[in-house]
Write a protein that binds this ligand. Structure first.
Ligand SMILES: N[C@@H](CCC(=O)N[C@@H](CS)C(=O)NCC(=O)O)C(=O)O
Length: 208
């Protein structure tokens, strides 16, 4: 049985959706980052990085959203969370997971935690973060004019990561109206059963 330590609608949303897709038994432990629960000593003992997500199973513990999803894909190949090793799409899917975690996600951190970058000029930090985010949306929108999902016409783990960040864009009221293909992508993603299940669960947990 897996345990996912998550905060509603944080990047752990992607891992939660991947777990749901795997149909493997799991339980959730809420670590509300808005209530600073990730800084509690009990949680720090499990993850000294003070971040969600964290996935555990027996003696295995693993952090980093992309790493966790790769791990789940390996543990549950039948779930097709990632293209198979023989597939030409495999390299693109791995590349996208890394790109999202090391480039796109940090742009959003500028919106969430601008003072970590500049105590004195948080608005400037947010403004620049937003410009980078729009550049990413522009590129992704273009990519989606030729394919339904971020790797190909099949949903893979990096799509869940994209969706977690697009949820943030909507939360931050970022204007997406110029990105026609991106808007269709969001609607397509939100129709997936695993996404709907996680959305409903995290909505309920957000309120709890
Ligand atoms: N590199 C980590 C980043 C994880 C991360 O930034 N998690 C955020 C939520 S999306 C968090 O726990 N934030 C709390 C904080 O930084 O104080 C990953 O890919 O999992």
């Amino acid at each position: 049985m897996y345990t996912l330590y998550y905060s509603p609608f944080a990047c752990s949303f992607a891992v939660h959706t991947a777990l749901e897709k795997c149909a493997a038994p799991y339980k959730l432990e809420k670590v509300d980052i808005y209530k600073h629960e990730h800084l509690h000593p009990q949680y720090l003992a499990l993850n000294p990085n003070a971040q969600v997500p964290l996935l555990t199973r027996d003696e295995t513990t693993i952090t980093q959203a992309s790493a966790i999803m790769l791990y789940l894909a390996e543990q549950h190949p039948e779930s097709q969370l990632m293209p198979s090793i023989q597939s030409q799409d495999r390299a693109k899917a791995i590349e996208t997971l890394f790109y999202l975690s090391n480039t796109v996600h940090p742009y959003f951190l500028r919106l969430f935690y601008p003072k970590r970058i500049s105590e004195k000029h948080p608005d400037e930090v947010k403004k620049i973060g937003l410009e980078y985010i729009h550049q990413e949306f522009e590129k992704f929108n273009q990519q989606l004019s030729n394919q339904k999902y971020c790797v190909s016409n099949t949903i893979y783990a990096p799509d869940y990561y994209w969706l977690a960040m697009l949820n943030w864009a909507i939360h931050h009221k970022i204007d997406l109206s110029a990105y026609k293909h991106l808007n269709s992508y969001i609607s397509r993603m939100r129709k997936q059963p695993e996404v709907q299940t996680v959305f409903e669960k995290e909505m309920r947990h957000l309120a709890a």
